[in-house]
Design a protein around this ligand. Structure first.
Ligand code: FES
Length: 106
């Protein structure tokens, strides 16, 4: 298990247990985290699972692959820390990860 902290636009943090090997998006859906829609179910083809990775975590999480980068063009208010949460696999190294959900998806 790894703890993941989801911060919403009001600043509220929800900390949940994530299974190693699941994605951050799957973890969010399982725990009813608001602000993650994940319309395509994790196929990297909707960009409605967009999150901002916390500053301390961007190097650990790494950047998007080319397909994800293309998809991010469709996300709302993309920043350098933007990732599609369905493309982030939970590993033990991500224990304590902080991500913020955007104001809206799509
Ligand atoms: Fe559709 Fe992530 S769930 S791109």
């Amino acid at each position: 298990m790894a703890k993941i902290n989801f911060i919403d636009q009001s600043g509220e943090t929800r900390t949940v247990d994530a299974e190693i090997g699941a994605t951050v998006m799957e973890t969010a859906i399982k725990h009813d985290i608001p602000g993650i829609e994940a319309e395509c179910g994790g196929a990297c083809s909707c960009a409605t699972c967009h999150v901002y990775v916390g500053d301390a975590w961007t190097d650990i999480v790494g950047g998007p692959q080319p397909m994800e980068e293309d998809m991010l063009d469709f996300a709302y208010e993309v920043r350098p820390s933007s990732r599609l949460s369905c493309q982030i696999k939970v590993t033990p190294a991500l224990d304590g990860l902080v991500v913020t959900t955007p104001e809206r998806q799509g």
